[in-house]
Design a protein around this ligand. Structure first.
Ligand code: BMP
Length: 364
């Protein structure tokens, strides 16, 4: 049903969650249905990449657990660039455990994903409780912030932050150990954390996204950004994608497994934004799920053809086949952009190709 609809019109459909509507408007205004898969292993490279490519993407996908120096600094830096360049952040965590465990993986530990990523994803092989558990964890995390119980943003090693201005109450001894992860200072810090108030920078960034008046940005795509109103309702500033299909050869996500993903998504339209899948799964009236498709690559400029794979099971197709041929909404590109000499220019090329594929699909 959404095949030939514009992103803009889909943002207005009933029962579209605020974050989904926001993303659809963002895509429409930025004219970008491109998600960068930022599979890099250091904070410096992540931030440099986000800065270079940010204007061309609607979404930046991370694998936080491959960033060797992941910390507060990573989160603050990424949130600042996301706010300035206007993209959402998707942590590709692929949760796949019992409800109680995924709640902790989502909100606690060195990654504390719920604090900084608007979007996460999960497998449904553990059963439907994985969805309701992540949803209630998202709601609790935001309510805790709202009520002032949760007052710390700190993720990763608390001692690695060099940004003393953003944690004014941090005692000197905590800031002094730049290498972090030293057992004693970590537990001292944990104890101390219970007793003090700090600002949550990442979540307040998200919240200030709601309230600040968004002035037109000095980049070409933002002239009408005021139309991309921010989500009103706090609990829904977090969304989930279900991994309904995979791009890798021989994967088991197909048939009745995929069908189950779709029916579970329909039961949780307020929290499940859509799917990681190879084609649109919007088959019934009322479906307005966003499909995001990894396994996307372009032949080098000036060359024809379809890239095949990476020799490790990954299977690629072009943005045109994915968006115009199979009705997907967002293409996810990693190495296609990362391995280019000029990542900024390559991201612009993927954005253009993917956007033209969308225009072809809606008949413009
Ligand atoms: P690349 O474009 O470099 O092949 O990267 C694809 C990215 O998408 C990787 O981060 C991978 O973890 C992710 N991904 C995938 O390739 N296939 C899937 O089915 C699901 C994924 O999340």
């Amino acid at each position: 049903p959404t095949w030939s609809m514009t992103y803009q019109d889909r943002a207005l459909l009933p029962e579209t969650s605020p974050l989904t509507a926001y993303l659809l408007r963002l895509i429409s205004i930025k004219r970008s249905n491109l998600c960068l898969s930022a599979d890099v292993t250091s904070t410096a490279e992540l931030l440099e990449l986000a800065e270079d490519v940010g204007d061309s993407i609607c979404l930046l996908k991370t694998h936080a657990d491959i960033i060797s120096d992941f910390s507060d600094r990573t989160v603050r830096g990424l949130r600042e660039i996301a706010r300035r360049k206007r993209f959402l952040v998707f942590e590709d965590r692929k949760f796949g455990d019992i409800g109680s465990t995924v709640q902790k993986q989502y909100t606690a530990g060195p990654l504390s994903i719920a604090k900084w990523a608007e979007i996460v994803n999960c497998h449904i092989f553990p059963g439907p409780a994985i969805i309701s558990s992540l949803k209630s964890a998202a709601q609790d995390a935001i309510s805790a912030y709202n009520s002032g119980v949760e007052t710390s943003i700190t993720v990763g090693s608390p001692n690695v932050s060099r940004d003393s201005s953003s944690s004014p109450t941090r005692p000197d001894h905590e800031a002094s150990n730049e290498t972090g992860l030293d057992g004693n200072s970590l537990s001292a810090w944990e104890q101390n954390r219970q007793n003090r108030k700090q600002s949550i920078v990442s979540i307040s960034t998200t919240i200030s996204m709601q309230t600040e008046s968004i002035s037109p940005q000095p980049t070409p795509f933002f002239d009408s950004f005021d139309n991309a109103q921010q989500p009103e309702s706090l609990p829904y500033l977090r969304s989930l994608l279900l991994i309904a299909e995979m791009s890798s050869e021989g994967n088991l996500c197909s048939g009745s497994y995929t069908d189950t993903c779709v029916s579970l998504a329909r039961q949780h339209r307020d929290f499940v934004m859509g799917f990681i899948a190879q084609r649109s799964l919007n088959t019934e009236e009322g479906d307005n799920f966003i499909t995001m498709t990894p396994g996307c690559s372009l032949p080098p400029p000036g060359q024809e053809g379809k890239p095949t794979g990476d020799g490790q099971g990954q299977q690629y197709d072009t943005p045109r086949n994915i968006v115009a041929g199979r009705g997907s909404d967002i293409v996810i590109v990693g190495r296609g952009i990362l391995s280019a000499n000029d990542r900024r220019a390559e991201a612009a090329r993927y954005r253009k190709e993917s956007w033209e594929a969308y225009e072809e699909r809606i008949g413009q």
